[in-house]
Design a protein around this ligand. Structure first.
Ligand SMILES: O=C[C@H](O)COP(=O)(O)O
Length: 286
């Protein structure tokens, strides 16, 4: 890619991020910072130098923030306060994230709790033992009940591909999730030892394309876990553009799940604009 196009690709990628915090010590304070960062992800001078408005109507904000169910209400409140709720969605992981090893009733209750608190996107994890045992109908039924529990909230289905053993299982699980009503299929929780990889992305994009051919429905793709650099992000954008088409590169059909991707994007954009490396004092949260 020509260097002059790089900032545009990076800015595009910024708008496709589900800015995530999924840590045991998450609190009102870091969730607030996350929301402020989601609303103003790139420093004012850098953004203006690239020709974008920094003010309220700036199109450069992340697609969503992604938090644990217990933190949904706080994220909703902060985004409402800064008038960004709706422009930035609140996504919640649920269903015993990341392992999914809790009874189905508890997993469903967690979805309902997150939705009642204002989450409009729910990231569930699939039951890996069902997939590994080839019990696809049982997996379909579980995801179907989770879709129902979501109500009007969008369902993102995390396959945890690093634990599915084979690419055939990844393809089958993708198909089952889509047939059960997933709005997005997502690679990983970020907590497996292997997370979003390009080979898995190719298989999932292929499944999405096959599903579209069979049904006419477009399902989104969300690589998540270990996407850390602007170059990683651009690789994913190129993969999606090549396999699914340019129109898939919008927040309704593509997201990055990432906690640590913005830092490198900011650095890269700063370097592009100023020709120098940031000192470390250049960027502050919020
Ligand atoms: O869904 C999002 C992932 O948990 C984020 O993973 P990450 O912390 O490796 O970026």
């Amino acid at each position: 890619m020509k260097d002059k196009h790089r900032p545009a690709w990076i800015l595009k990628a910024v708008t496709l991020i589900d800015l995530t915090t999924l840590a045991g010590d998450d609190s009102l304070s870091n969730v607030s910072r996350l929301c402020l960062k989601a609303a103003r992800p790139i420093a004012k001078d850098v953004l203006e130098e690239l020709g974008f408005d920094y003010e309220d109507n700036s199109p450069i904000h992340t697609a969503a923030v992604c938090v644990y169910p217990n933190r949904v209400q706080e994220a909703v409140d902060v985004l409402k306060k800064i008038k960004m709720l709706g422009k930035i969605n609140v996504a919640s992981v649920a269903t015993g994230f990341p392992a999914g090893q809790t009874p189905l009733n508890a997993r469903l209750a967690e979805i309902r709790y997150a939705v009642e608190n204002g989450a409009t996107e729910i990231d569930i994890v699939i039951n890996r033992p069902l997939a590994l045992a080839g019990k696809w109908k049982a997996l379909y039924d579980e995801i179907g009940t989770m879709k129902e529990a979501c109500g009007t909230a969008h369902l993102k289905t995390i396959l945890a591909t690093g634990e599915l053993d084979t690419l055939q299982n990844v393809y089958n699980a993708s198909m089952v999730a889509m047939m059960a009503g997933a709005d997005f299929i997502k690679t990983s929780t970020g907590k497996e030892s292997v997370n979003a990889t390009i080979p898995v992305g190719i298989v999932m994009a292929r499944a999405i394309k096959d599903y579209q051919h069979k049904t006419g429905y477009k399902v989104g793709l969300k690589p998540a876990g270990g996407v850390r650099t602007a170059s990683d992000a651009i690789q994913w954008l190129i993969l999606v553009k090549d396999l699914l088409g340019h129109h898939w590169l919008n927040p309704a059909l593509f997201r990055f799940g990432a906690s640590g991707l913005l830092g490198d994007m900011e650095t890269q954009l700063y370097q592009y604009v100023t020709g120098r490396t940031p000192s470390g004092y250049e960027f502050t949260m919020g």
